[in-house]
Design a protein around this ligand. Structure first.
Ligand SMILES: Nc1ncnc2c1ncn2[C@@H]1O[C@H](COP(=O)(O)OP(=O)(O)O)[C@@H](O)[C@H]1O
Ligand SMILES: O=C(CO)[C@@H](O)[C@H](O)COP(=O)(O)O
Length: 502
């Protein structure tokens, strides 16, 4: 009989499920998309039931369309969009739409946290309080929706909610727990000091577990409507960036990951909890037991390109559009784009900054704009790489993952903008591969994630920096780097007007 694990990648635009065999071969993949709701500037919400239905339909398709037998599915694990708040009542019912990682309505709550705990907050959590994180969202609900807060008994993060419905048990893994900023990264427990400071009952924080540990098996109820066997073992899983790093083989400090999904991430493996970036980068527990990672986040990486396409090139094929942009000259005929279309996180934690096109010229065409968007997103990653440089962190290889790594042109562009060797993966599935690896190790198919990576992770093409392009991008980046400071005041004024007129 064949045996498979399923990696569920619960992303922002869609859920993708990948069935893998013990040799690391993909047996089948399915996905299911869902809506993102942005009812006001800064708001970003999804209905947790959409994640549940999407995941169940995608798994069903593995069985019904792709011919996997339910009894062959031995284990499931998850990669989830991080930080999103799913608030539950005493019966485990969802109390309001989930507030997502790119929801930036919580600036006031972040300031309150900073005022109350200052640098101590960074010492405890390894992070600054930023709008996207879970604690500020809890405080926002407490302040603005007291009738909902009164009913709230626990919270979960997105993938934990899906796992809860599958297994009937509430839990959160360490990698996602760090992203709540309610977690003491050095002690490895929920922080009583932070819960007490903001009057969050510790009983709301779910039990903690390791990413490779078993959370339970499939309940009668979920088995009945999903078609999965009750014996299928369900493992903790991790935040999407931790899983992305596992699936990209980022298992040692000389490698970094660059991920272009809805968000953009530059991530570095860290062996212990003591490296101090003073909150300039996020610091999180890894999905690999007892290790960590640091990262910087561009809030709208793929999202900027998606926005542009939906708004100005809705009928075009994505790949064809990117290929036409590749034919435009380097620097897009003098057009520069900053990808702050939903605000920014790293290096500028600024919910009110907005994007700009600088250098618009009547001789440019649509594909110059596409090229400028792609170049601008990549420059925002260089802003993050600068922080590593400033802290004396060196590395030689960038492993590229995410939707953006589907394009040869964008991979070469990354090598040229970063002036580093960029490596792609042969089976680019993003964090879903990492999630499947967590289940494979949880089942005991491998002793460790490092062992599993030898079979599951395959590096593909290498993109070397091209000297001429590197020099030109260095010059362009110097201009890009000034745009934030020079547009900040204007963006803030516009946001104020918008809010007043709302
Ligand atoms: N063919 C392509 N070439 C370049 N970029 C692409 C291509 N297809 C998708 N993308 C980008 O990848 C992003 C989706 O990446 P993905 O890793 O699937 O996101 P998420 O996990 O956040 O849902 C899209 O926002 C889009 O900008
Ligand atoms: O907020 C973060 C990391 O801190 C994001 O990376 C989210 O985890 C969402 O990721 P994608 O949907 O882009 O994969």
């Amino acid at each position: 009989m064949n045996e498979y694990v399923i990696g569920v990648d619960l992303g922002t635009s869609a859920v993708k499920v990948s069935a893998m065999d013990p040799e690391g071969q993909i047996a089948a993949q399915e996905s299911y998309g869902y809506e993102l709701h942005q009812p006001h500037p800064g708001y970003s919400e999804q209905d947790p039931r959409d994640w549940l239905y999407g995941t169940t339909i995608a798994i069903d398709r593995l069985i019904l369309r792709d011919g996997l037998k339910a009894e062959e599915i031995k284990g499931i694990s998850f990669s989830g969009q991080m930080h999103g708040l799913v608030l539950l009542d005493e019966n485990g019912q969802v109390l309001r739409p989930a507030m997502l990682w790119n929801d930036t309505r919580t600036t006031k709550q972040c300031e309150e946290i900073k005022e109350k705990l200052g640098d101590k907050f960074i010492d405890i959590t390894g992070n600054r309080a930023l709008e996207g994180f879970t604690l500020p969202k809890l405080l926002w609900v407490k302040e603005n929706q007291p009738e909902i807060w009164a009913k709230a008994k626990s919270f979960l993060l997105p993938k934990d909610y899906v796992r809860f419905i599958m297994t009937g048990k509430q839990a959160i893994d360490y990698s996602d727990a760090t992203g709540t900023v309610l977690y003491d990264i050095k002690k490895g427990t929920w922080s009583k000091e932070i819960c007490d400071a903001f009057d969050i009952p510790m009983s709301m924080c779910p039990p903690l577990m390791r990413s490779i540990d078993e959370a339970g098996t499939v309940t009668d109820y979920y088995s009945m409507f999903s078609g999965l066997k009750k014996s299928t073992r369900v493992f903790g899983g991790g935040g999407d960036n931790a899983c992305g790093a596992v699936g990209a083989g980022i298992l040692q400090p000389n490698m970094v990951m660059s991920s272009i999904g809805t968000s953009g991430v530059v991530l570095k493996y860290e062996p212990d909890a003591n490296v101090n970036y003073h909150g300039a980068l996020q610091y999180e527990c890894h999905a690999i037991p007892d290790t960590y990672y640091s990262m910087g986040v561009t809030l709208a990486a793929g999202h900027s390109l998606n926005w542009f396409k939906h708004t100005f090139a809705a009928d075009e094929d994505f790949t064809a559009m990117v290929n036409k942009a590749a034919e435009r000259p380097l620097g897009a005929n003098g057009l520069l784009f900053t990808p702050y279309v939903v605000g920014e996180r790293t290096p500028y934690a600024d919910a009110d900054i907005r994007g700009s096109f600088i250098g618009v010229d009547s001789m440019q065409n649509k594909y110059d704009f596409v090229r400028a968007v792609i170049e601008g997103i990549t420059f925002s990653f260089r802003d993050i790489l600068n922080i590593y440089d400033q802290h004396g962190q060196d590395f030689d290889t960038v492993v590229a993952i995410g939707g953006g790594a589907k394009s040869d042109f964008w991979l070469q562009l990354q090598a040229n903008v970063f002036n580093k060797k960029v490596v792609s993966l042969t089976n680019e599935q993003g964090p879903g591969l990492g999630a499947a690896m967590l289940a494979a190790v949880g089942l005991g198919w491998y002793d460790s994630l490092q062992d599993c990576a030898k079979k599951f992770v395959h590096f593909g093409k290498t993109y070397e920096p091209q000297a001429d392009a590197v020099a030109k991008y260095n010059d362009l980046y110097k201009v890009y780097h000034q745009v934030y400071d020079q547009t900040k005041g204007l963006s803030h004024q516009l946001m104020k007007l918008r809010n007043n007129w709302d």
